[in-house]
Write a protein that binds this ligand. Structure first.
Ligand code: PHE
Length: 340
């Protein structure tokens, strides 16, 4: 038996020496180490060996098996290496080529715009305060000085969840929430978020859109503070040369109320299609917080004063990038989104 082992070893190693490519490896493995290979056959004969010799013979066969497996493994590794080197030499793979770029996503234009707005207001000491999208009638309207019978409700076409609950039509209810959470202490917050209105969807209006609300409360806060903040914002957002103007307006929750415009970012006052030849673009609705609203938020109007503003997010981005249709913002069209 020991002779048989020696001969088989010699033969196997000789044969292995003849193997010079990876394709011939499996054949050799089958012949010697496979289930029906010669080494396995030897092991099966172990039963016929005299009992006292059996441990020794068994060990010899196992040693043979290990040795052949090791030789096989190292040859296999060497041949693979050679094959790869040949392929590299024959230029079929160029391992120095840069990898294929992995497609990574990026922030939505709305998010980019929002973050820029956050940044500008952060520099002026504003915190970001988030309020819920699903609101009560009480917060969305009543606390903002818009009782049930008030004709100003017509300014907001509302999605009703039930008689008391709405999808917020503007970010202004967040004013009341912020006041109740922080008050009565000075406040300087912006309230960004999605708003919803039951409107016909057109290139200019969606039934969902973003607003950023601002609220500043303190002692002796005045209209000039509001104008200063809006000036600073317009210049940081749209360029240091921007000019602003204010017009009287009406909102039930501010008194007095104003609209803030800036000179057209495209024609700088020359008149063009974007500004409809008026030279001005709307930036925000704003005003001094109405005493009733202060009271509803838990602030004594004799002691506290402040201002609020609300502005759109998609519209200005549309103006800036020449986007003709607001529906692109919610259309998930990658060809559109990847441009920004
Ligand atoms: N909430 C108003 C709107 O949606 C905007 C606004 C906010 C006006 C705050 C004044 C003060 O039209």
């Amino acid at each position: 038996m020991q002779d048989q082992i020696r001969i088989l070893k010699q033969q196997a190693l000789n044969d292995l020496q003849q193997v010079d490519n990876t394709e011939s490896l499996p054949g050799w493995f089958r012949d010697y180490l496979g289930k029906k290979g010669a080494v396995t056959a030897l092991l099966k004969q172990l039963g016929t060996v005299a009992a006292e010799e059996r441990p020794q013979v068994g060990k010899a066969i196992n040693d043979l098996k290990t040795e052949l497996q090791d030789s096989f493994d190292s040859l296999q590794e060497r041949l693979r290496q050679q094959k790869m080197e040949k392929e590299i030499a024959s230029d079929s793979i160029d391992v120095t080529l840069p990898g294929r770029p992995f497609p990574t996503g990026h922030l939505h234009l709305t998010t980019q715009t929002l973050r820029k707005i956050y940044q500008i207001f952060a520099e002026m000491g504003f915190q970001v305060y988030e309020a819920p999208d699903v609101e009560t009638d009480a917060y969305n309207f009543q606390a903002l000085n818009i009782p049930e019978y008030h004709p100003a409700r017509d300014m907001w076409d509302t999605f009703w969840v039930n008689k008391e609950v709405v999808l917020r039509t503007h970010t202004s209810p967040g004013q009341i929430r912020a006041m109740k959470e922080f008050g009565p202490e000075p406040i300087r917050v912006i309230l960004p978020g999605k708003c919803y209105r039951y409107e016909q969807i057109t290139p200019r209006s969606e039934h969902q859109f973003y607003q950023v609300e601002g609220l500043v409360l303190g002692h002796k806060i005045r209209m000039t503070d509001l104008i200063g903040v809006m000036n600073e914002f317009a210049r940081k957002m749209y360029g240091s040369e921007r000019k602003t103007r204010i017009r009287g307006s009406y909102f039930p929750f501010t008194e007095p109320s104003i609209e803030i415009d800036m000179d057209c970012i495209l024609c700088a006052g020359e008149g063009c299609r974007v500004c409809k030849y008026t030279s001005w673009l709307e930036v925000a609705g704003a005003g001094m917080v109405h005493p009733v609203v202060l009271k509803n938020g838990g602030y004594d109007p004799d002691v506290w004063s402040g201002f609020a503003f609300g502005m759109g997010v998609e519209r200005p981005a549309m103006l800036k990038h020449g986007i003709r249709d607001i529906r692109y913002f919610y259309g998930n069209n990658l060809q559109f989104l990847q441009q920004f």
